[in-house]
Design a protein around this ligand. Sequence first.
Ligand code: URA
Length: 242
Amino acid sequence: MTTDDILREMGLGPIWRLRTAPAAMPAEELIAPAPLAPDPLPQTAPALEAAALLSAVAWDELAATVAACRQCRLCETRKQAVLGVGDVNADWLFVGEGPGAEEDQRGEPFVGQAGKLLDNMLAAIGLKRGRDVYIANAVKCRPPENRTPAPEEAAACRPYLERQIELIRPKLIVALGRPAAQTLLGMEVKIAAARGKLFDYRGIPLIVTYHPAYLLRTLPDKAKAWEDLCFMRRTMQAQKGG
Ligand code: URA
């Protein structure tokens, strides 16, 4: 069975459609990240230094810095660093884990099978890559064999993501999967427990959901991802004042 067959069986192609009007935003409280366990991404001295150095850079300089980055060993095996793609004034920011083989080759996040599913998920809530949406990853260089980025790799790369968020100033951040959520929140995250909650990233609401690659492997969680999409939409509507 090909991924296309699976997608069809999941009802994900060509697009998920919102059949019911989203309910009003419940009165939710923002959850400030409180480390549950030792911070998986401690703010090391080099990371703090990098954050300070980046705090004034604009997009061009950020892109050049990331392209030339040698802060961790991922630079040794990458074809190129993958900064992100989309509208730099977007209200929506989606953050994945790290580039895979196709992303490393093409220099754009989420262009493989998981990316097709992400595009369908975006379409389901009326969004389109590049239009009011920015897509980035927790780490900008491909981890070999598509392994999960190591904590020190995510920590070395975090200042770049932080600067991207400062520049974009999105109204909502969506963390796709555990590594993205942990990088952004600086705490241990279990997706099943974190879904449906509103976290706070430096004053910006943050929602955690499954990574599209996980959804491709785990059909039963498709319904939960759908709930998460509806929650995102309601949250954005509330952010925009109804
Ligand atoms: N998975 C990710 O987390 N990011 C990509 O860019 C591609 C696949």
